[in-house]
Ligand binder design. Structure first.
Ligand code: IMP
Length: 443
């Protein structure tokens, strides 16, 4: 049995709380894409854990796996593991030997390239973690994989091939002085050490084999997507996207579990009741101009500042064409609607029900970002709901949700033709109303 958790929008939908809630029913929690660009905040009994790479399930004593589709910054990994240990936890994290390693030169090049793009408005507003350059090298067949760190001669061969190219790129194309991030010897000694720690702590696995073995022994796996559908490299708003596949198909290619197995399980789309966006690119339902004060209010109330970078997030009304696209491309079996508490107390709540594109009504997101930028949202207005004691609502259940908020939820489930499994009414795991636990559904 598998449950795959996917972001339906632009990331930051509050996936961490659900992974944490349902991760309790799983034996293994696996990430299938992305790296330390993901910011997952898990709140447990008032204790907050901010993780960017370690799967959230590790906070709850589950085996955490970083699949082959991830890109791994080993310094972040060890620092998060060490922090969790200092706080009294015993995280069990396994890393795919096929996963690619984010090297120091990838982070430097991420910054250099974003700077170079800024003149032409093409910068994606990346998290600066070297994610894109690492995936570029993976696809260019010049990457360094976790397995390479375990074998000194392979590691040396890889570095001797790739590092001079990276140095030439930085110096000759971008005109930037290079540092030891581009020096074969210092990289070799540092990454060999990291490889030795991986071996000493017995952390590396053949992910597909490891996970399949667990499934064969009736274990349950929760696949934890990072980022969201609209910043998927294939299905997102290219080029303002991340470089991996947060969509459900990525769970198969990014772990080595077959799509048929994943398709027999549950695929749950996490939706925030409004939009937030770190990074650049168009956003048809964005609250700007005369709506700026409203955006400020939602940003403050929802704590909409990047978990990884601290940047204030852009705010918009819920974008239903974006969600229709996400529901189709992921095949959601259930939905979670988060943060309805943040919209309480407004004068009116709107959604972008469809778009107007050159006089024609569009119900889904166009395939090119340029057309998307031309879309004007057709807003649909909902009666507002008051602020209530949300922790009481969480205890009392669905019927305690204000009636107007229930109408908003019913509109969503009908438009997307998918049942709601849970509703988030606050940041703590306990502030989630669970209607269906996907692990309780028989395949
Ligand atoms: P990168 O993943 O750092 O290369 O950034 C590419 C784009 O994805 C930028 O617009 C980032 O702001 C966005 N992004 C990356 N990770 C996240 C995330 O976890 N939440 C929201 N946006 C993200």
């Amino acid at each position: 049995m598998t449950v795959t958790i996917v972001g339906s929008q632009l990331g930051d939908e509050g996936k961490g709380a659900l992974v944490d809630l349902w991760g309790g029913g799983a034996d293994v929690v696996a990430r299938y894409q992305g790296g330390d660009n993901a910011g997952h905040t898990v709140v447990e009994d008032g204790d907050e854990y901010k993780l960017s790479l370690v799967p959230s399930g590790a906070v709850r004593d589950k085996i955490g796996v970083l699949g082959n589709g991830c890109v791994i910054n080993l310094k972040t990994l060890f620092s998060e593991i060490d922090d969790l240990r200092e706080r009294g936890l015993t995280p069990d994290v396994r890393v795919a030997r096929r996963a690619h390693v984010i090297m120091p030169y990838h982070r430097v090049l991420d910054g250099i390239e974003e700077d170079a793009k800024s003149d032409s408005d093409l910068e994606a507003g990346t998290t600066g973690r070297g994610i894109g350059p690492t995936y570029e090298d993976k696809v260019g067949r010049r990457g360094v994989r976790v397995g390479d760190l375990l074998d000194p001669s392979v590691l040396r061969d890889r570095l001797e091939y790739v590092v001079p190219q990276k140095r030439a790129l930085a110096e000759n194309i971008f005109g930037v002085d290079t540092s030891e991030a581009f020096d074969v010897e210092s990289l070799f000694s540092e990454y060999r050490q990291l490889g030795k720690r991986l071996t000493e702590e017995d952390m590396t696995v053949n992910a597909g084999e490891f996970l399949n073995e667990h499934l064969n022994h009736d274990s349950t796996i929760l696949f934890e997507g990072a980022q969201g559908t609209s910043i998927d490299i294939d299905h997102g708003i290219y080029p303002y996207v991340t470089s991996s596949n947060p969509t459900a198909g990525g769970a198969a290619t990014g772990t080595g579990i077959s799509p048929t197995v994943i398709g027999q399980g549950e695929v749950v789309g996490i939706i925030k009741a409004y939009l937030s966006r770190v990074g650049t690119g168009p956003l048809p339902t964005e609250l700007t101009g005369t709506d700026e004060a409203l955006a400020d209010h939602i940003r403050e109330k929802g704590g909409e500042f990047g978990t990884v970078t601290g940047r204030p997030r852009r705010i918009g009304w819920l974008d239903i064409p974006m969600l229709r696209h996400a529901t189709r491309s992921n095949g959601f079996t259930g939905l979670v609607i988060n943060h309805i508490d943040v919209l309480a107390g407004l004068d009116e709540v709107c959604v972008g029900h469809s778009y107007d594109l050159n006089g024609e009504e569009q119900f889904t997101i166009p395939a090119t970002t340029e057309r998307w930028a031309e879309c004007e949202p057709n807003l649909r207005s909902f009666d507002p709901w008051d602020s209530v004691a949300w922790s009481d609502v969480a205890t009392e259940g669905y019927e305690a949700i204000p009636a107007n908020a229930q109408q908003y939820l019913e509109y969503l489930t009908n438009e997307l033709d998918t049942p709601i499994y849970a509703i988030g009414v606050g940041p703590d795991r306990a502030e989630t109303i669970e209607l269906v636990n996907p692990f309780d559904i028989d395949a």
